[in-house]
Design a protein around this ligand. Structure first.
Ligand code: ADP
Ligand code: MG
Length: 342
């Protein structure tokens, strides 16, 4: 950028993205990170941040880009856009059982709009503070609105939750209600703007299941966060683990208000295939179910048991026609994305 634009860029970074107050607000789900400033030998301002990972822990690193009108509506509240861009990244840490530590933010803005940036930064920093993650660097460029965040978390060596650990005849469970984000997107597109609408909240303000992820460490045999939809993400676990799954669709926990808005059949479909719910899907042996429930209860969460793993590949038990696909009793390898026939 030119000198005058660079000045603008530095002012912008200083005003909105440099923070020296590590706040310790507790999260809704009971998650509370450690001292957020810990491990930062050098933060923003130099060419790189210098970080000190905890001895005996592994770094968990993930990046996600959020594009206007692809991943979120450009007209959504700026605060929600900031929250959501970080939330979808934190959800990947949650799915590994990792604890959030540091993140970097690459922001592309169509223009410098202080009011929009104030809202965006408020949503971003509020979630970061109560998740115990610190912004340690980034980049600002001009162009169509795009937010790329790379998160760094930590997990004790060899204890991360992975997709490839599920065994046969284990329970399949989710940590929260399904279909809400899909219902919220539909509601938004139909013109709903009430910030208290529970489906809009599910869609615009997803809450990463960080506390649940850590609580499931050493108990769950596999985990994934539901970003693509239950069936698609379950298929990822099945393929990685070499198992199949039998779902009990009548046990799927539906998001509040979903049945009322979409009707029963569409609500179940949304729960099966709607994306962006960011709850965790996990497998666990029956023998640890009570311990898992007790640990989750401590952090205000709960496992809904929705099926079992089976030896036969494929996702079974979904009524034909329920999700607009012909049938589900297929080899997952035939359809790598969903495990379902198109
Ligand atoms: P460089 O010339 O090395 O790319 P920049 O001029 O882009 O550095 O950034 C200067 C400093 O400000 C760096 O430490 C960088 O990490 C930080 N920074 C830039 N953009 C952001 C942002 N959006 N959020 C947080 N920190 C940022
Ligand atoms: Mg730069």
């Amino acid at each position: 950028m030119s000198d005058s634009q660079r000045l603008g860029e530095f002012d912008l970074i200083r005003r909105f993205f440099v923070r020296d107050t590590p706040a310790g607000t507790a999260r809704r789900d009971g998650y509370g990170g450690d001292d957020p400033a810990a491990g930062i030998a050098l933060g923003q301002g130099d060419d790189c941040a210098l970080l000190e990972p905890t001895p005996g822990w592994q770094l968990a690193v993930s990046v996600d880009t959020s594009l206007a009108d692809v991943h979120f509506p450009a007209g959504a509240p700026a605060e929600a856009i900031g929250h959501r861009a970080l939330a979808v990244n934190l959800s990947d840490l949650a799915a590994m059982g990792a604890r959030p530590r540091w993140y970097v933010l690459a922001l592309t803005l169509p223009d410098i709009d202080p009011e929009w940036l104030t809202g965006f930064a408020r949503g971003l920093h509020a979630l970061a503070d109560r998740s115990g993650i610190r912004l340690v660097g980034g980049d600002v460029t001009r162009g169509p609105l795009s937010i790329t965040i790379t998160v760094h978390g930590e997990v004790p060596r060899q204890r991360a939750l992975r997709r490839d650990g599920a065994g046969v005849d284990e329970l399949i469970a989710v940590t929260g209600p399904l279909g809400g984000a899909h219902g919220g997107l539909q509601a938004w597109q139909a013109g709903a703007r009430d910030p208290a609408d529970p489906l809009l909240v599910d869609f615009l303000w997803p809450e990463p299941a960080l506390a649940a992820g850590e609580a499931l460490r050493d108990l769950a045999t596999s985990a994934i966060d539901i970003s693509d939809g239950l069936v698609a993400d379950l298929a990822h676990v099945c393929r990685a683990s070499g198992v199949g799954a039998r779902l009990e669709v009548e046990r799927l926990p539906l998001a509040a208000g979903l049945g009322e808005r979409l009707g029963e059949a569409q609500a179940q479909q949304a729960a099966l295939t709607g994306g962006d719910d960011y709850v965790l899907l996990c497998t666990l042996p029956e023998s640890v179910r009570d311990r898992a429930q007790a640990r989750l209860a401590e952090v205000g969460s709960h496992l809904a048991i929705i099926g079992r793993t089976v030896g036969e590949p494929g996702i079974h038990g979904v009524p034909p026609g329920r999700v607009g696909w012909q049938h589900f009793d297929v080899e997952v390898d035939d359809h790598p994305e969903t495990g379902a026939a198109p």
